[in-house]
Design a protein around this ligand. Structure first.
Ligand code: AMP
Length: 210
């Protein structure tokens, strides 16, 4: 099964990708995570991407397309994968088509902008393992300490309110047109994000397995 998760930043793509990954036993590929790792390791790619990421802009298409091309060559992608955060522009979707990648389903997670603002401004992530929390909706047991690995939880630089607004603008202008792109292929399924993560998960799995 080859899946794409579409949706605004903070719509819950990462959480849903993890559930599908565990349920279907296929890797979840997040270009955001790959770029954050490169940035943390100060590789040439990370240094190039950092200024775009920190200001809420998209990293240039050719850079992320190359990352994805290389990642899809790895063995664990043979039986399928979930793309979380790619494609984010029409040229990226076209590049995926040109690579000969046949997508089975595109799940579009819909969450209104006001909710995204509330979710992202309270989000905290573990520096070490990347686990995601929320100061109100999913707090860690001990403040600032990851439940899973004991690492330090911090606010992502791009989760600052003014950067969230920029990311949402970028999403509406550059990523949202992908809904039409995939609607035309008949592969788009819309899932409305629910108050409870478990309810969204049930809808996502239904959309994927239908
Ligand atoms: P994410 O964790 O998916 O929200 O990604 C964090 C940041 O990484 C984004 O705001 C972009 O700057 C960059 N990024 C991740 N995936 C892509 C992509 N497919 N195209 C361009 N930039 C990306």
């Amino acid at each position: 099964m080859r899946l794409i998760l579409l949706g605004a930043p903070g719509a819950g793509k990462g959480t849903q990708a993890e559930v599908i990954c565990n349920t279907l036993n296929i890797p979840a590929i997040s270009t955001g995570n790959i770029l954050r790792e490169a940035k943390a390791n100060k590789t040439p790619l990370g240094l190039e991407a950092a200024s775009y990421m920190d200001s809420g802009k998209l990293v240039p298409d050719e850079v992320v397309i190359n990352i994805l091309k290389e990642r899809l060559k790895e063995d664990d992608c043979k039986n399928g994968f979930i793309l979380d955060g790619f494609p984010r522009t029409v040229p990226q979707a076209e590049a995926l088509d040109q690579m000969g990648v046949e997508i089975d389903r595109v799940v579009d997670l819909e969450v209104p902008d006001e909710k995204i603002m509330a979710r992202l401004s309270g989000r905290r992530v573990c520096e070490k393992c990347g686990s995601s929390y929320h100061v109100l909706y999913k707090p860690t047991k001990v403040e600032g300490v990851c439940d899973r690995c004991g690492g330090k939880t911090v606010q992502r630089k791009d989760d600052a309110p003014e950067t969230i607004r920029e990311r949402l603008e970028v999403y509406h202008a550059q990523t949202e047109p992908l809904k039409d792109y995939y609607k035309k292929t008949g592969k788009l399924v819309v899932v409305e994000g629910q108050e409870e993560v478990a309810d969204t998960t049930a809808l996502t799995l239904k959309a994927v397995e239908a």
